[in-house]
Ligand binder design. Structure first.
Ligand code: NCD
Length: 305
């Protein structure tokens, strides 16, 4: 039977996501019960692009399940630097491990890996395209705070063009009832047309604006993002756009009391540190939640009961 993999958030149904959230909540409540579930199993983390949270939270997740981890955190320390193809790396590492999490700077690289893998494979971010496990983390955080995925107005702010977390989150949230998106970005960093076409096709409500305060009073979620420097072709454009949005307490003046402020992290300047003390700031909880939902994901893909 073909291995179950996670390349795009759509690979999982809403029901499967509900199940993962149930397991992640159970892990939080009964940590000891899970500490030997993956004894003898190995997770390989193949990171061809830098990461702190995603790689370490995957490793922490496997270690907390009793398994072991191996891998590399930059392509220069792998045989890619000798000219090995991604397909060959994936095929070989599948023989050294039971499950692979990979991050790659090229959009679509996980689809290539999928053809060669002999173990379950997880897309831990591909270029400016998708980041489904960040989305699982985001969904888990939203569920813990809002208890439902329906009837939400979601502001997404910053680099909507290159921000892969934004693309995957929109793809996931558009499956729920009565969702509205407020897309806040500079003109140069608007959501790609291919994503807007999907929203139009599915008749999902959205507005585009350059002004972060314009719809602030309607938002249930404000998802801030970093301008993705590594995807820019020229540094001048990055420097011009990098401080376009800086969320401050003042800008939150008209926001709902039960707004939640999220960010996949790392943060650069887009959220002022003074906001960290606001009870609505949830980005650090969000990062912690990433470990539990990844534990649930590893259990699912390895078919551990
Ligand atoms: C995000 C990513 O790598 O896309 N970070 C993460 O996984 N937590 C967001 C970012 O780097 O800006």
């Amino acid at each position: 039977m073909k291995n179950r993999c996670l390349i795009d958030i759509k690979d999982f149904s809403k029901e499967e996501i509900d199940d993962l959230i149930k397991v992640a909540n159970d892990i939080i409540a009964h940590r000891d019960k899970y500490s030997h579930k993956c004894d003898g199993k190995i997770l390989a983390t193949l990171f061809f692009e830098p990461s702190t949270r995603t790689r370490l939270s995957f490793e922490s997740a496997m270690l907390r399940l009793g398994g072991k981890v191996l891998g590399f955190s930059e392509s220069s320390s792998s045989s890619t630097s000798k000219g090995e193809t991604l397909g060959d790396t994936i095929r070989v590492v599948g023989g050294y491990s039971d499950i692979i999490a990979m991050r790659h700077p090229k959009e679509g690289a996980p689809t290539v890996a999928l053809k060669k893998t002999i173990v379950p494979i997880i897309n831990a971010g591909d270029g400016g395209h998708n980041h489904p496990t960040q989305t699982l983390t985001d969904l888990f955080t939203i569920y813990r705070e809002k208890k439902s995925f329906d009837n939400l107005t979601i502001g997404l702010c910053g680099d909507l063009k290159f921000g892969r977390t934004v693309h995957s989150l929109i793809t996931a949230m558009m499956r729920y009832k009565n969702i509205k998106f407020v897309l806040i970005s500079p003109k140069e960093l608007k959501l790609p047309d291919y994503m807007k076409e999907i929203l139009d096709e599915k008749k999902i409500k959205y507005v585009e604006t350059t002004n972060i305060e314009e719809h602030m009073n309607q938002l249930d979620i404000l998802y801030m993002t970093r301008v993705q420097r590594e995807r820019f072709f020229n540094e001048e454009d990055y420097l011009r756009l990098k401080d376009y949005y800086i969320l401050t307490k003042k800008k939150l003046k008209n926001a709902k009391d039960n707004l939640i402020i999220m960010h996949p992290l790392p943060r650069v300047t887009e959220i002022a540190q003074e906001v960290d003390d606001d009870k609505r700031a949830k980005y650090f909880e969000q990062a912690y939640n990433g470990v539990y939902i990844r534990m649930a994901l590893i259990l699912k893909l390895l078919e551990v009961k």
